[in-house]
Design a protein around this ligand. Structure first.
Ligand SMILES: [Zn+2]
Ligand SMILES: [Zn+2]
Length: 355
């Protein structure tokens, strides 16, 4: 098998050949055909997350050591299965196309047992985060339950549902109950933000304000159904956002996650509103405490999503309720360029590697 690995943090990815693993027991070997390139891959490639004021969280502390294979939006074809698989997944056949749920937990802790692998507390096995990911011709999955049928959806777009679709779907579930006059701000219209607009529309939310610094991305958000847009380069962006929402900003989903975007979301929410943080750009939050209580504001972090939520977002796409977001495919051998373009903010929507 082939994988594209970074030999050291920040260094160009290299094509490496290894022996293709043979699935045992409940394992399934998937031949990857499409693999999405996500912004969080950039942080893992760099080797750390910025915690603000010079502090860093190093990814080696959660088991990601180079040489490492990124990739947590895997889509492919079942190539082989362990001897126990036919008994537990009778309909699964070699050659079937499947979307892979990459947020695999230990399978044993209480959270995994309740179906919340993404909150696993004792040894997560997240593909491309602390286990070899899908910038590779093959991935080994521990159990067939992590394979999701996405027939009827374009393969490259389906791949992006494993992170960008799932993350925004799970984030949208953390918004407060929305009344007819309430508004939701989507902060950051990169790969996740555009899917977020699409997900909110699919769930019946109409009053969406897309916020970004790039007019091209705002235009794309409008096409996907954002009612209003805000160029956040304006020095009075917070006042403008409050005016657009007519004082009724019930939710802000922050797909960037930097001090400026947190200030924009938190500062503009109406009483009882909720700020949902997904973006991992970095920095720290410094905010007076009393207003959280006085304005009854909620802050909630949202990290990817669970298997059931992935099935739900895939179902929305199958029913054509989820408008496909811009996806560009490129040969897997161009992965380093794809990452560099993403870092430079040159990507509209998602780049998906094709194998
Ligand atoms: Zn991601
Ligand atoms: Zn677990």
């Amino acid at each position: 098998m082939i994988s594209y690995q970074f030999p050291e943090h920040g260094k160009p990815l290299q094509k490496v050949m290894h022996e293709t693993p043979k699935p045992k027991g409940t394992e399934v070997l998937v031949r990857i055909t499409h693999s999405g390139v996500c912004h969080s891959d950039l942080h893992i490639w760099d080797g750390y997350f910025d915690w603000g004021r010079g502090k860093r969280f190093y990814v080696k502390e959660r088991g990601c050591l180079p040489p490492f294979t990124l990739g947590h939006e895997p889509f492919g074809m079942v190539e082989a299965m362990g001897s126990a698989v036919p008994r537990i997944a009778r309909k699964l056949k070699v050659g079937q196309k499947k979307l892979v749920f990459p947020w695999i937990g230990c399978g044993k802790c209480a959270l995994c047992k309740s179906g919340q692998d993404n909150y696993c507390v004792s040894g997560s096995r997240f593909l491309g985060v602390n286990r070899p990911g899908a910038y590779a011709s093959h991935v080994l999955i521990p159990h067939p339950k992590y394979l999701v049928d996405s027939s009827g959806i374009d393969d490259a777009f389906a791949a992006t549902l494993a992170c960008s679709g799932l993350t925004t779907y799970s984030a949208s579930a953390k918004l407060p109950e929305l009344g007819p006059k309430d508004w939701v701000a989507v902060i950051g219209c990169g790969g996740l933000g555009l899917v977020c607009v699409s997900v909110l529309r699919a769930k019946g939310v109409k009053n969406i304000i897309a916020c970004d610094i790039d007019p091209g991305k705002l235009e794309a958000a409008k096409k996907l159904g954002a009612k209003l847009t805000l160029d956040t380069r304006a020095p009075d962006a917070a006042q403008k956002l409050a005016a657009l929402a007519m004082g009724n900003l019930a939710g802000a989903i922050d797909l960037v996650g930097m001090p400026a975007t947190a200030a924009l979301g938190l500062g503009t929410l109406r009483k009882g509103g909720r700020y949902v943080l997904c973006g991992l750009f970095g920095g720290e939050l410094v905010h007076p405490l009393p207003p959280f209580a006085q304005r009854a504001i909620g802050i909630v972090g949202s990290y990817v999503g669970n298997l059931q939520e992935l099935k739900e977002v895939v179902a929305l796409a199958k029913k054509k309720k989820l408008k496909p977001t811009p996806v560009t495919t490129c040969p897997a051998s161009e992965v380093t360029t794809a990452l560099e373009n993403l870092k430079a903010g040159k990507v509209l929507g998602r780049v998906v590697l094709a194998f």
